[in-house]
Design a protein around this ligand. Sequence first.
Ligand code: NIG
Ligand code: FE
Length: 404
Amino acid sequence: MSLMAFTNFSQIVTLQGALVKDGRNLSSEDLSIIENASIVFDSNEIKWVGPHTDLPADYAGISTEDFTGKVLLPEVVDSHTHLVFGGDRSNEYSMRLNGADYQEIANAGGGILSTMKSTNNLTQKELLDLAISRVEKIHSYGVGTIEVKSGYGLNYEKEKECSLIIDKLKSHFKGRVQIINTFMAAHAVPAKYSSSNEYLNKVVIPLLKELAPLHIIDAVDIFHESGYFDEVDTQQLFDVASILGIRVKSHADEFQDNKGAILAAKNGALSTDHLLMTSQDGIEALANSSTVATLLPGTGFFLGKPQADAKAFFDAGVKVAIASDYNPGSCHCDNVILIASIAAPHYKMNIAHLWSAITLNAAHALGLKNQGAIQEGLAPRFSIFDVNHIDKITYNWGTNFSIN
Ligand code: NIG
Ligand code: FE
């Protein structure tokens, strides 16, 4: 693509201040908003951004589109979804309203293992078609990068198929939506295995070793939680991933503080996610690391559980992202902008923390260091909204202003 100018935005929200501060300890000014702004870019990078009146004369003849009355932000990223699945678990919602909790429902035959059955009942084509329609819907909100986890196949062949489906999603959406393929065969332990470690060694690790040379896996994730995978399993998987040269992540400290955040930070994980029960030592470990703490408020809302102590994370200087956790069980909501808008007042986030959490920090949670702010030299990844001021997006909870 040759040079292109998008001109006359009411605001370009650059997040340059947030970038300088590595997404931590932000104040509202770190949104670094330019009013009446324009941007010049090619397919690889942003060439120039600034007030329209300062647009260099050299760019006078290039292809130009006018965006009067609109706002441009760094691309919104949903850094945690489980959108390859069959079936639905709508019945669990009313079970919860009747008093059952997530783990009781899982023990009664619901939960991840019930989605495993529905997923195994669908063909690769059926699962891919469902996943494509889910990505289309998420993209319609203005989300341009979506992380997708495998993890509902839970046997060697179906997990392999799920990872290949995510790879197909990646090529299907190439140039339109960036898909990040996270391998999460360590999502739950099927009943036929006597221990989590047996499943890990018979299925998860051999499959990861088979897929790694195909270069389709961007990251490895594990549900480090009691009743799922323990610290020994998690460290073993992290070690294998490290040898294979693949970055790691974890679901940690969701039901109890199992020191998952500390283990993730120690292993240089890209992110560790959930963190509802993480205690101060875990928060400190994250603050002193490059690991992003990804909070998933939709899951707490949906399950009726308490929320993460977000203020403690911000006060300690942790780099915080927010993601949807879109999945059929614990959060059947796919709109990360809505979720972040609802969560921010409860999390006592300022507006720079809110937008960094779903742009800059979310991109870094996926290892995407060349995006997340609007600055010369970074990738031209941005989201455009049909509002004349950024505050109107979060003020109008749940209204979709995206222009795609
Ligand atoms: O992030 N915690 C593990 N995975 C999902 C839940 C998946 C499910 O309930 O199906 C989560 O909440
Ligand atoms: Fe999850």
